[in-house]
Design a protein around this ligand. Structure first.
Ligand code: ZN
Ligand code: ZN
Ligand code: ZN
Length: 156
């Protein structure tokens, strides 16, 4: 809403990377919050790292346009490494942080609350919104639709 979508679009193809970001990133018509030519709504502020070239792209279509190889999802055995960039605040998240979305680090296992204890949970953690797709650092909303095709980006 307060972000003009047309300013400062940049297309970057391999082997160059977009120097506006703290991580190696390429894509088509990428704006400063990592929206791209393909995903351009207010919540499309996530860039994902690909296993094949270890570079971040706003989406898989950007990957294919910016490189000449086939995209490979981020490998499961590296889920504890940074693999997601929040375009809103510039933080990187591990694949696990992004996919879980609900726990900071490990949650104590073997100590589960009963599922119907919603009220207590709500009072205890109103700051955290377990089921929302949002940046755990800046709370920017992420596109919940990304979950539908997460297997393009993360090895499952
Ligand atoms: Zn690649
Ligand atoms: Zn794209
Ligand atoms: Zn953020």
């Amino acid at each position: 809403m307060d972000t003009p979508p047309t300013d400062d679009r940049r297309t970057t193809t391999a082997p160059a990377t977009d120097d506006r970001f703290s991580v190696p990133l390429r894509g088509v018509a990428v704006d400063p919050e990592t929206r791209c030519a393909h995903w351009d709504s207010a919540v499309d502020v996530v860039a994902l790292r690909f296993g094949c070239c270890e570079t971040y792209y706003p989406c898989d279509a950007c990957h294919d346009a910016a490189t000449d190889h086939e995209a490979e999802p981020w490998p499961r055995d590296r889920f504890d490494e940074a693999a997601v960039l929040c375009g809103a605040c510039g933080a990187t998240l591990t694949a696990r942080e992004y996919l879980d979305g609900d726990s900071e680090g490990q949650s104590p296992s073997g100590n589960r609350a009963p599922p119907d204890d919603g009220e207590a949970q709500r009072a205890a953690g109103s700051r955290e919104r377990p089921d929302d797709d949002a940046c755990p650092r800046c709370d920017a909303a992420f596109n919940p639709g990304c979950r539908a095709h997460r297997d393009r980006y993360f090895e499952v």
